[in-house]
Write a protein that binds this ligand. Sequence first.
Ligand SMILES: CC(C)(COP(=O)(O)OP(=O)(O)OC[C@H]1O[C@@H](n2cnc3c(N)ncnc32)[C@H](O)[C@@H]1OP(=O)(O)O)[C@@H](O)C(=O)NCCC(=O)NCCS
Ligand SMILES: CC(=O)OP(=O)(O)O
Length: 324
Amino acid sequence: MSDLFTGLKQSLREKTRKKIVFPEATDERILTAASRLAKEELVAPVLIGKVNEVNELAKRLNVDIDSCDITDPNTYEHFDELVDAFIERRNGRVSKEDAQHVLRDENYFGTMLVHLNKADGLVSGAAHSTSDTVRPALQIIKTKEGVSKTSGVFIMVRDEEKYVFADCAINIAPTSDDLAEIAIESARTATLFDVDPRIAMLSFSTKGSAKSAETERVIEAVKIAKEKDASLLIDGEFQFDTAFVPSVAAKKAPNSDIKGDATVFVFPSLEAGNIGYKITERLGGFEAVGPILQGLNKPVNDLSRGCSEEDVYKLALITAAQVE
Ligand SMILES: CC(C)(COP(=O)(O)OP(=O)(O)OC[C@H]1O[C@@H](n2cnc3c(N)ncnc32)[C@H](O)[C@@H]1OP(=O)(O)O)[C@@H](O)C(=O)NCCC(=O)NCCS
Ligand SMILES: CC(=O)OP(=O)(O)O
């Protein structure tokens, strides 16, 4: 296991165990990871599902879930409290009937448990698409004061190398303001993982080598980010080689402070970010840890449906570490 998790596990063991909700308890990867997290006394899993189904799967997999809480939305004793709180949070935009229906969905139900402080964080997405996983969080948990949009980063790890890639999960067509905010939030996230943030704003152009609405959007984002936080080490627009290879940076952007040694890479669109992280993972042999959602009031994280049990385990550790 990479260094990223050694300190993180130590600090989790020193604190009260965080309750992490797993809405997909009948997924084998989720249940195995939850059992391991409980056994190692790192988090207190809250498994959402029918009690008999979850127990049967645990038996079949031969995993111990005795210390995990199992909660079934259909028999939850405080369900009415959740319904009322959901209607309030949605500012009356849902009827009681709709709320009762929506909250039978494991992701909505689990997200409400987090919102009402009955749990501390949530990990889902092994069996649900990103939109089905994060929509409840966007509607219920919402973004922190001062953050207008949540975004999803990956920590890309290979041996001693660690980089932050953003946004790889949420914002399909970010504006300049969005990109600036993603850069600022990603710098914060980088620091949490001991990555010194040197931010490259990526494009297909370096310092005006091409001109288009897309390149202008990135140039404007650099300007906005610098205005918002003058202490940021950020530059662009850069092609990836300029951001990453010192000899290329010396040729294409000799006057930039990012001298081909960027650590945080902000992609210009979700297409670029999502494709970029998967290529780095699958062709480059990097471990992709995430996506870690940043900017929300409470930690909710989405898995890739291609995740392994180990990915679930690690994202749950990160989610617990994000609890404030
Ligand atoms: C994230 C996503 C699901 C939101 O889409 P959506 O639910 O259609 O969004 P809507 O515009 O209907 O907004 C729903 C709510 O979420 C909020 N919201 C939408 N995007 C948001 C964002 N990036 N940050 C914070 N809140 C957001 C809206 O303000 C709205 O809140 P409200 O209902 O309280 O007014 C959508 O942008 C998406 O599918 N993104 C791509 C996800 C993906 O497939 N990624 C690749 C794999 S990881
Ligand atoms: C993050 C991501 O790409 O998720 P999925 O593979 O589930 O679409």
